[in-house]
Structure formats: structure tokens, C-alpha cells
Design a protein around this ligand. Structure first.
Ligand code: GLY
Ligand code: MN
Ligand code: MN
Length: 441
């Protein structure tokens, strides 16, 4: 076994979760943590199911994402129990029995019907913190989601165990395979849909398995922050390509964005390169003790500096930030925590008893306001976009003279640029899981 051997790191991970569960239950005055994996959701007036999305509180404990009707039971001082539903069913693929070294760390009970799970759950629901959605209720075991328990778990989930960092690293490595295939497809003239398929093929995951819907944007579509149009026909020729796509590994997500110019000698490529240099400097700021809100504000200044360097802004970078002009070009947050969910929970929490750290005034889309500490994993995703509906109103403001509108017009057909990496905060230098994966690929 090595230091990164999942057999050891998973055992340590479960030990950390058990300690957190014990404290969370103490705060809630309860005895057991009970977590349903979730149920299938049916489409309205139809007999079709939506793709199953597992309860993140469940997959925190076990690397299982396709196990509807299963349960985790945690009682301090006892081995955690997995009650696993393996139904008798000839209509659907029956999930395989849990296997692998990780199962050594739990008591595993197999049940053949959803109702049979009840006898393996604690007898008295009043002594349980049941974390799940209402539809996961099993008889009298009804999700109650006690706030003190959830607050404690959500707050501490920001600090990843070494096992979790290994899972996130693997998720980045998978996504990088897809990103390389996607760039090849773009350079070969594929449509957005074709690039998406090339990505899925290389990652080995379909759309429902990916941690979020792929953003595959050619030309001006890059200016739609969460573009998911997936046009079937490629513009001929495409000028630019923005892809924001991740991968899942054992329930953990990666979230990676890259931007490309068709003409690598173009000014747009130079702008991508400038954003890339700025982004790498931002990633180096992922250090214990740094306030993520300040990183976000610093990013505005750096990106406004790039816009000035490229002649898009005539005003100083400081003036662009002070007047809100930088927000027209960079209208989203610098990033967010990442882990079991691509936008991990607890980004605004002031403490493990709740409370909120507000976003800075004028920055309504920032998703993380906490001070960084070792173990946190965050994305760093600055961007520069040319978005008509945000820029147009500036033409009628006092700041209009501070913008070179001919330069804006020259860049508008390229849509936008975003570069996004997943970065681990440590006691020392940050570990950039995404750059590491690209370098190794
Ligand atoms: N892929 C969504 C985001 O970057 O936050
Ligand atoms: Mn992101
Ligand atoms: Mn992203």
C-alpha cells in the first residue's frame, strides 16, 4: 500500500466522517445519522424516470452513485452500515453487489426490496438525523434534515480528506482526456454537438454521468456563460471555442474550462494567452489564510489590466473596477468549492453553526466567500467576455469614453474566454489538479 492507496486513504476518510458525524449528532442531540441514497423521480404524466441523482450526503460515505433505495446508518462507536438495495428485477439492470476494498470499512447488508431496508435502520426515528429529500421516506423513517447537523456537516465538507483529493485528482485526469479530444474535434471542424460526443467518448461518460451539462461553445456562443445549445452544424469556419466540461470519479467532480482560437497567431489567441497567465497567477493565491472574496476582487483588477493592455479599455484598471465596468466583461464569480458537487455546499458559511459571509457589494454571483484553509479545493475560473446585453448600456454612460468600442467590435465575434482549474489549498504551495493532469497527458 502506498500513501495514496485508496484502501488506506478510504479507511482514514471514513474515520474522519465518523468523527464529524459524532459531533454533528451531538449538536443535534441525536443518536444516529441515517442517509437514504434517494429514489428515482418520474417525469410528469409519464412512466419515464429522470436520470437518477444520488443524495450527495450518501455518496460522501461510499463510492456509489447508482444505488437508489439504499441507506447509510452511522451510530457513534459502531461501524457504519450500508443497507444496499439489490432488487429482484428482470426489467432493469440490477446494481452489482458492493465490492472492492472499501467495503471492508463498513457493515454491508443486502436487501431485495426497498421496504426490507426498514428493519436494518434504527428503531426510533425520533433519535435519528435523517438526511434526504421527502420522497426518500421509508415508512416512519422520514427525512427531517436537522439544521444543526446539516450545518456542521456542510461546513466541514469543505475540508477534503486525502482520499477525496485523490478522487478529485482522478476526476481531473478523466476530464483532461476529454478536453484534448474536444480540441482535436474543434480543429477538425466538428460542430458543437460533435465536439460534445468526442468529449463523452474520450471520458467514457454520457451526459447523465457527467457532473454538469457540458458547455461547448463556438464563436459568439462563448459569450453565453452556461451555453448548452449544442448546435448540430458547425460554423464554417469557426473562429473560437470555449469548453467548460468536467468528469465524475467515484462521485467526485472536476470542473475545467479551456478556450481556443482557430488561428493560433491571432490577436484573440494573444488575449487567451494573457488571460491564461493571469489565471495561473490567481491559482497561486490559493493559500491558507487568503480571503476568497479578496481573490475575486483582485481578479477583477487583473482582468481589467489585461483589457487595458489589449486596448479594449482606455480607463485605468482601478477605474474599471471602481465604476463596475470590469463586471460587464467578467460578470461571474472567480470560482467555488468543488467536491461531491460541482458547486459544493457551504460556500458562504460563517461557521459550523451556520451564519453567512456576505458577498462583496456589487458581486452578486460569487459562490464562495470563506477564508481559504488547507484541505479546501476550489475552482479558479476568470473570464473575459464580449456580451452585447451587458456592454450596450455602457455606451450611454459616463464611462463610455473609457472603452474603445472599435476594439470591442473586433472581439465580439469571438464570444469570450474562460480558463478554469481545480486547485487544492494546502499548508504550503497550492496543488493545481488540472494543470497537473494536462502536464501528464
Ligand atoms: N461549470 C460551471 C462552473 O464553472 O461553475
Ligand atoms: Mn466552475
Ligand atoms: Mn466550469
Amino acid at each position: 500500500m502506498t500513501d495514496s492507496d485508496p484502501r488506506r486513504t478510504y479507511g482514514d476518510h471514513v474515520a474522519v466522517l465518523q468523527a464529524r458525524a459524532a459531533e454533528a449528532l451531538a449538536r443535534g442531540g441525536l443518536d444516529h445519522l441515517v442517509i437514504p441514497s434517494g429514489r428515482a423521480h418520474m417525469q410528469l404524466f409519464d412512466d419515464r424516470e429522470y436520470p437518477f441523482a444520488v443524495n450527495p450526503q450518501f455518496k460522501a460515505w461510499v463510492p456509489l452513485t447508482r444505488a437508489p433505495g439504499s441507506w447509510i446508518v452511522v451510530t457513534p462507536g459502531e461501524r457504519p452500515k450500508l443497507v444496499y438495495l439489490q432488487p429482484v428485477d428482470y426489467w432493469h439492470v440490477v446494481p452489482e453487489a458492493p465490492s472492492g476494498a472499501w467495503t471492508e470499512h463498513l457493515e454491508v447488508v443486502i436487501v431485495r426490496t426497498a421496504d426490507a431496508a426498514r428493519s436494518h435502520l434504527p428503531r426510533d426515528p425520533a433519535r435519528c438525523a435523517v438526511l434526504g429529500e421527502p420522497g426518500s421516506a421509508l415508512g416512519d423513517m422520514v427525512p427531517n434534515n436537522p439544521r444543526p447537523v446539516l450545518d456542521y456537516l456542510d461546513y466541514h465538507r469543505a475540508y477534503k480528506t486525502p482520499y477525496e483529493v485523490a478522487m478529485l485528482r482522478a476526476a481531473s485526469q478523466l476530464a483532461v482526456r476529454g478536453h484534448r479530444a474536444a480540441e482535436c474535434a474543434f480543429r477538425a471542424g466538428a460542430s458543437e454537438f460533435g465536439i460534445h460526443l468526442a468529449y463523452c467518448q474520450a471520458v467514457g461518460q454520457d451526459a447523465a454521468e457527467l457532473p454538469y451539462g457540458n458547455i461547448v461553445a463556438l464563436d459568439t456562443h462563448g459569450a453565453v456563460l452556461h451555453y448548452t445549445g449544442q448546435q448540430r452544424v458547425a460554423p464554417a469556419p469557426a473562429r473560437s471555442f470555449l469548453i467548460d466540461a468536467g468528469a465524475s470519479h467515484s462521485g467526485y467532480a472536476s470542473d475545467i474550462t479551456r478556450s481556443h482560437a482557430a488561428d493560433t497567431g491571432s490577436e484573440f489567441q494573444a488575449l487567451i494567452d494573457a488571460v491564461d497567465i493571469a489565471q495561473q497567477a490567481m491559482c497561486l493565491q490559493v493559500r491558507a489564510g487568503r480571503d476568497y472574496r479578496q481573490l475575486h476582487l483582485d481578479a477583477h483588477l487583473a482582468l481589467a489590466g489585461v483589457l487595458r493592455e489589449f486596448g479594449v479599455l482606455r480607463m485605468s484598471a482601478e477605474a474599471a473596477v471602481a465604476t463596475g465596468v470590469s463586471s460587464a466583461f467578467f460578470p461571474h464569480g472567480l470560482g467555488h468549492g468543488i467536491g461531491l458537487q460541482v458547486h459544493d455546499v457551504g460556500g458562504f458559511m460563517a461557521s459550523d453553526t451556520g451564519g453567512t459571509i456576505d458577498r462583496p457589494d456589487g458581486h452578486p454571483h460569487l459562490r464562495l466567500t470563506r477564508v481559504l484553509e488547507a484541505g479546501m479545493v476550489v475552482t479558479i475560473e476568470p473570464g473575459i467576455y464580449f456580451i452585447d446585453m451587458l456592454l450596450e448600456p455602457l455606451r450611454r454612460c459616463a464611462v463610455a469614453d473609457g472603452i474603445d468600442w472599435d476594439r470591442v467590435a473586433a472581439f465580439l465575434p469571438y464570444g469570450g474566454i474562460r480558463i478554469e482549474d481545480d486547485v487544492v489549498c494546502t499548508e504550503d504551495a497550492p496543488v493545481n489538479l488540472t494543470r497537473e493532469a494536462f502536464a501528464a497527458a
